[in-house]
Design a protein around this ligand. Structure first.
Ligand code: ADP
Ligand code: MG
Length: 243
């Protein structure tokens, strides 16, 4: 996918979360956003998700400018899938209904079609035996796989992930990262905020290091990991790869 952010700024109260951020990515299957905490990764992702509007600047994805009006943004949001660290599943609904209900309510599918699609996705992610369980009855890794299935259900143009494994232990982290890698292999385009440097190195072809509300460095994964051009990137990677 092609991403073009020009002069994007985002202000919260008195604080500039992003300042004149420029990010141009020509064609990427998987773009990873990395960098120190508070640098602006989540803000960038929320803007790309159409969940918020920039204070100034423009965003375009695959050659299309993101809408700035509420109606346009609502339509735009239907075309993408977003997965957060905290799953954001409905606690009172079982796994199957968590996937099926948005297909009915947001995307206008019939109850039967929605259920069939949800069942197929649960099978794909080896969750069929958990279809009737609510989030509290599932492990973190299982909940995150349900959240990924829900994001994937309406066949979005691309998927956005914000630290999808940060709340998980190492075993569940691996199980969720495997699912994300399989999506990339199937040709899904994704943008992921991650602290998993091993994953970023392996699965992302393009990496953007975001710090202080700007893109500090952008490059192909091999290049950025083997010979970063910025001191800040070098220091960040030295620390991140040590853990
Ligand atoms: P990252 O994801 O890289 O850790 P964020 O994009 O979450 O960084 O945050 C960038 C800066 O913006 C931080 O200083 C953060 O405290 C601030 N920020 C993010 N979201 C909000 C918000 N909704 N209200 C106020 N400040 C925010
Ligand atoms: Mg964040």
């Amino acid at each position: 996918m092609k991403i073009d952010l020009q002069g994007v700024s985002k202000k919260y109260g008195e604080l500039w979360a992003l300042q004149d951020l420029t990010l141009e990515v020509e064609d990427s299957r998987c773009l990873a956003l990395i960098g120190p905490s508070g640098g602006g990764k989540s803000t960038t992702l929320r803007l790309l998700a159409g969940l918020e509007r920039p204070s100034s600047g423009s965003l375009s994805v695959n050659g299309k400018l993101l809408p700035t009006d509420e109606t346009g943004l609502r339509e735009y949001r239907k075309t993408i899938g977003v997965v957060f660290q905290a799953y954001n599943l409905f606690p009172h609904l079982d796994a199957l209904t968590n996937i099926a209900l948005p297909l009915e309510v947001v995307h206008g599918e019939s109850p039967n079609d929605a259920r069939l699609r949800a069942t197929a996705l649960l099978e794909r992610f080896q969750l069929q035996e958990h279809a009737r369980k609510k989030p509290a009855e599932l492990s973190g890794g299982q909940n995150q796989r349900v959240a990924i299935a829900r994001a994937l259900a309406p066949s979005p143009e691309f998927l956005l992930f914000d630290e999808p494994t940060s709340a998980l232990d190492p075993e569940m982290t691996a199980e969720v990262l495997d699912v994300i890698e399989s999506l990339i292999q199937d040709g899904k385009r994704i943008i992921i905020v991650t602290h998993q440097m091993g994953f970023a190195k392996r699965a992302a072809e393009t990496i953007a290091l975001i710090a202080d509300g700007k893109v500090e460095e952008l490059g192909k994964a091999e290049k950025l990991f083997s010979s970063p051009s910025s001191k800040l990137t070098e220091r960040f990677l030295a620390k991140a790869l040590n853990y």
